[in-house]
Write a protein that binds this ligand. Structure first.
Ligand SMILES: Nc1ncnc2c1ncn2[C@@H]1O[C@H](COP(=O)(O)OP(=O)(O)OP(=O)(O)O)[C@@H](O)[C@H]1O
Length: 397
């Protein structure tokens, strides 16, 4: 979709901002360009919409050399979002959003309808915010308008230059999540500049890590974090890349252990065969858990307390759907002070799939960094198996 072929940009003062850059972006891919200030990210981006012309090399869009395309026509195919947003202060939010449709001479009604639809899509109510002026919005809302405006003419390509750079971390994460959701629907081809590796990892299908004017590594987030191609990249992604990796590694079915399981309407077993068991309902959906001491009861030694599992089961709050990240799993364990979490199938209305233990979490992380045994020194940590782990509530006692 976008192809850089040996592109160099030298400014008149002799600065080489981009040096012999070659890479390719597939249709529908979100590429994050990340690197320290001044490494050439913005220059790369502006060459795509011809705000800057390369000194040598060429850039192809859908196989077409962009130097042969009229820049104005080219820019209509390319949405552009920048940190300063650049909304027109004397135009309403709705008119700002409809800027490109207006330029394309869409009928006024159609342009405004499209703008309203886009505002809605980025989480702004057109009835509430549409008639306001940009200075009557919060920073995060202005960024949303910037995104809506860039999308208004439905361009196949989106260039985003630190679009969420000017908002506080909480709003930023919110905007990132919303943008990801939007991108899942739209599948635009996106180049997204950031100097924040966390943001690059969270958003990018692939990440281009820039050194001075060059791409040091162009790879999936997990590979950049797990197998940095050069010491420079390793240094840039940081010593805590193991932690960052947690957020890009999903829980997979193979990571789960199968603990003892009982059903709600089973008669209470005399012996659970473990210190605890997972309790499921009639559809094999997660209900909760039961501890061996709840089952042992009031009768003669070794006999069960009687009744059904239902009367002794506890609710289980520490659970996640399959595909959630290891980071979420770790956070859930901490939040609920749980020694393990239950994992359910989100497609099948909560069918119980197994439990993730700290040992299995560690293994999953190892699986994901196996690609690079060189860069990530292994620490052998002996972790307990599922049988020896305390039940969730034991830890609270
Ligand atoms: N018009 C210009 N004339 C001369 N040098 C320039 C010009 N524009 C940018 N540069 C230089 O080119 C290099 C790359 O700049 P660029 O803006 O692409 O970097 P960046 O990675 O986007 O940085 P930042 O994250 O700070 O925005 C820098 O050294 C910059 O000073």
């Amino acid at each position: 979709m976008i192809r850089f072929e040996h592109v160099t940009k030298r400014y008149p003062d002799g600065t080489t901002a981009v040096d012999d850059l070659s890479f390719e972006v597939n249709e529908g891919e979100l590429i994050t360009l990340v690197g320290p200030s001044g490494c050439g990210k913005t220059t790369t981006m502006k060459m795509v919409n011809r705000l800057i012309e390369p000194s040598s090399g060429r850039i192809l869009l859908d196989g077409e050399d962009i130097s042969t395309v009229d820049p104005v026509k080219l820019r209509r195919r390319i949405g552009y979002v920048i940190q300063q947003v650049g909304l027109f202060p004397h135009r309403t939010v709705l008119d700002n959003t409809a800027t490109v449709p207006h330029l394309l001479n869409w009928p006024r009604k159609k342009a405004r309808a499209r703008a309203a639809e886009l505002l809605d899509l980025v989480g702004l109510d057109p009835a509430v915010h549409g008639d306001r002026y940009p200075d009557q919005l919060s920073g995060g809302q202005r960024q949303r308008v910037g995104v809506a405006r860039a999308l208004a003419a439905d361009p196949p390509v989106l260039l985003m230059d630190e679009p969420f750079g000017a908002v506080d971390p909480v709003v930023r994460e919110h905007l990132q999540n919303e943008f990801l959701r939007l991108q899942q629907q739209m599948r635009k081809t996106v180049l997204f500049v950031t100097h924040d590796i966390e943001e690059a990892v969270r958003l990018g299908d692939r990440i281009a890590v820039y050194g001075q004017g060059r791409i040091e590594q162009f790879d999936a987030p997990a590979a950049v974090l797990g197998a940095p191609a050069t010491p420079y990249v390793a240094d840039f992604v940081g010593a805590d890349r193991g932690l960052k990796r947690l957020s890009v590694t999903p829980i997979e079915e193979g990571d789960l252990e199968q603990p003892p399981v009982v059903h709600l309407d089973d008669p209470l077993p005399r012996d659970l065969g473990a210190r605890w068991a997972v309790v499921l309902d009639g559809q094999d959906n997660l209900h909760g858990w039961i501890a061996a001491e709840h089952a042992r009861g009031t009768g003669a030694a070794g006999t069960s307390a009687g009744g059904t599992v239902r009367e002794h089961a506890r609710r289980m709050d520490a659970w996640l759907p399959l595909g959630a990240s290891l980071k979420q799993a770790f956070a859930t364990m901490l939040q609920h002070d749980a020694g393990w979490i239950a994992v359910i199938d989100k497609e099948e209305k909560g069918r119980f799939l197994g439990v993730l233990t700290p040992a299995r979490l560690h293994e999953a992380l190892r699986r994901s960094i196996d690609a690079d045994e060189r860069a990530v020194p292994r620490t052998e940590v002996a972790l307990e198996s599922v049988e020896s782990l305390p039940a969730p509530a034991d830890r609270r006692a």
